[in-house]
Design a protein around this ligand. Sequence first.
Ligand SMILES: C[S@@+](CC[C@H](N)C(=O)[O-])C[C@H]1O[C@@H](n2cnc3c(N)ncnc32)[C@H](O)[C@@H]1O
Length: 220
Amino acid sequence: MGRKKNRLPRFPFDYINTKADEYNNSRWMERNQKRATLLSIQYLFDKNFNSSKANGIQSGVSSLVMDLGCGTGFSSEILVENGFNVIGVDILPDMLLKAKEKKKNLKISRFLSLVLADINFLPIREKIIDNIISISAYNFIVHGKKNKNERAKLLNDTAKCLNKILKKKGRIIIEFYPEDDQELTLFNNSFTKNGFEGFMVRRNPKQKSGQTFLLLKKRV
Ligand SMILES: C[S@@+](CC[C@H](N)C(=O)[O-])C[C@H]1O[C@@H](n2cnc3c(N)ncnc32)[C@H](O)[C@@H]1O
């Protein structure tokens, strides 16, 4: 989804200046982002989530969803069209400006707010978000952190913050491309250590950095 042919995109180079236009004008990218978002909405209501006592989440209609790394807004657009109230967050102005333009053409634009912010430092009050979705962005949050301990700390801090801003029965669906199994374990641990449980779906398990979905809910 986030990958072009056989290489993973480079952050931030593939999302700034003319690359932001290229990204936004790519039909292939639009199709893939929207497809992954629709699948994530299905995962949000996955019946396996309901196997424990912590069943039941707010229905899609008017529940408040954060789209982490919303880019130029392909995912946010699908979320709004499916009845969610959406806060799209992105760190790059070049991408977010395109999402703002897209918002103008949305019939129900009042259901989309766009915020320039870092996923790792979210300016959001505690316990106000129903669910979180992130499509092809979460693998970038460790950008610039070469050292494993630094990465683990950042991932832990972010998972802790996501736990705080989510309501009690909040869920997170992340579609991303971890570099390898070691990195995937780091991401998974950050959630299990910080109050989440859930499932992982690897679309192509043999692929080294293949498309991966994390389906998470707050532990009760
Ligand atoms: C593949 S793109 C956007 C995908 C998006 N789902 C869409 O529909 O366009 C990934 C985005 O993640 C954003 N991103 C990467 N690291 C981020 C961070 N730490 N905080 C916020 N956004 C981030 C990038 O700026 C980029 O716009």
